[in-house]
Write a new protein. Structure first.
Ligand code: SF4
Length: 348
């Protein structure tokens, strides 16, 4: 629907990144990576929610070594997040990591960069250059923030290209929606590497979801973005769920239930809010794409939700079940939740 910006392609293990692949969803654990059990547990919850790539913080050698044990227990590719320390990158590669997040310009040692690049090339391990507006190098502080972020990215890219390395993806994050958008749009004019898009420190569930939806959504509409991370001060599972809501809203990916529910009005004859929440809860974790509608009245409900695969609309003391806008059954209100779940289960 929206023309994707043409990019180079790369693979993180079996997940393709770039314009010819679906836009992938990723997240980052907030456990101590050295605690293998807790980290694996969280990654499994994220996998269940649909996370396709997971990043872990590598703070020391023990964390880098833990990647080996974590990798054996999980099914999605794992990315090591490293700041400054080249030894941790090498240790992570030796532990079997699938990709790195590392800014080579922050490593003041050409030999170490070369070693990382050589190993990454041998093992086909992509490197994400991650620019954050809050930690921009001093050398770019004289520039307007957007130009500074893009110049910083270009500096890191050149360092890798000088070693003939091009398994690169890039992020340019800020907690500001306009800055993030402008930075990605500016860099998109210059390079054709795939982009990891998202905001950083976007905030708590509500505010962060709105900011991320606007920022990521705007970029996706412009065709920019190959993998996304919604960054929230929350359980990371929520990040994955919101990421899919953004992709579903733009009809870029299908994933699980697409909910339609009416805002309610004076015609409403059932407790739509409680019913919609109960249905959403019961259908959590379902991956089959299906549009489900919960509407407050029979007057406008089925018509308003005619694109829904299945739905219910409230009546006086009865509710109607409808499929694709056509009423197919009338039931008592107290039976409606169980019936709807039963019908959905039979479709799935
Ligand atoms: Fe009002 Fe009925 Fe529309 Fe819900 S479906 S907003 S109750 S008219």
């Amino acid at each position: 629907m929206f023309e994707r910006r043409k990019t180079k392609q790369l693979y993180i293990a079996n997940v393709g990144i770039g314009s010819s692949f679906p836009i992938s969803v990723q997240s980052m654990t907030n456990t101590d990576t050295r605690n293998v059990k807790a980290t694996v547990e969280q990654i499994k919850q994220l996998e269940e929610a649909g996370c396709e790539l997971i990043r872990v913080a590598v703070v020391d050698k023990q964390a880098a070594q833990a990647i080996k044990a974590i990798k054996q227990e999980i099914s999605i590719p794992i990315i090591a997040d490293i700041h400054f320390n080249p030894e941790l990158a090498i240790e992570s590669i030796n532990s079997g990591v699938d990709a790195l997040r590392l800014n080579p310009g922050n490593i003041n040692n050409q030999e170490a960069i070369q070693q990382i690049v050589t190993l990454s090339k041998q093992k086909q391990i992509p490197i994400r250059i991650g620019i954050n507006s809050g930690s921009l190098e001093k050398e770019f502080s004289h520039l307007p923030i957007v130009e500074g972020m893009v110049s910083s990215a270009l500096k890191h890219i050149k360092l890798l290209e000088d070693f003939d390395f091009n398994l690169i993806k890039i992020s340019l994050k800020s907690s500001s929606v306009p800055i993030t958008i402008k930075a990605y749009e500016l860099l998109a004019k210059t390079v054709d590497y795939p982009f990891h898009i998202g905001l950083t420190e976007a905030g708590t569930l509500k505010a962060g979801s709105v900011k991320s939806s606007i920022g990521i959504g705007h970029l996706l509409i412009k065709g920019i973005g190959d993998t996304i991370r919604v960054s929230l001060t929350e359980n990371p599972v929520e990040e994955v769920l919101i990421a899919y809501e953004i992709l579903k809203a733009l009809e870029l990916r299908q994933h699980g239930i697409n909910f339609i529910s009416c805002p309610t009005c004076g015609r409403c004859q059932i407790d739509v809010i409680s019913l919609a929440k109960a249905v959403e809860e019961k259908l959590k974790g379902i991956k089959t794409p299906l549009t489900v509608a919960i509407m407050g009245c029979v007057v406008n409900g089925p018509g308003e939700a005619k694109h829904a695969d299945i739905g219910i609309a409230g009546g006086d003391d009865k509710c109607v079940l409808f499929k694709k806008g056509q009423i197919i059954k009338t039931v008592e209100q107290k039976e409606v939740l169980d019936l709807l779940i039963k019908e959905i289960s039979s479709i799935i």
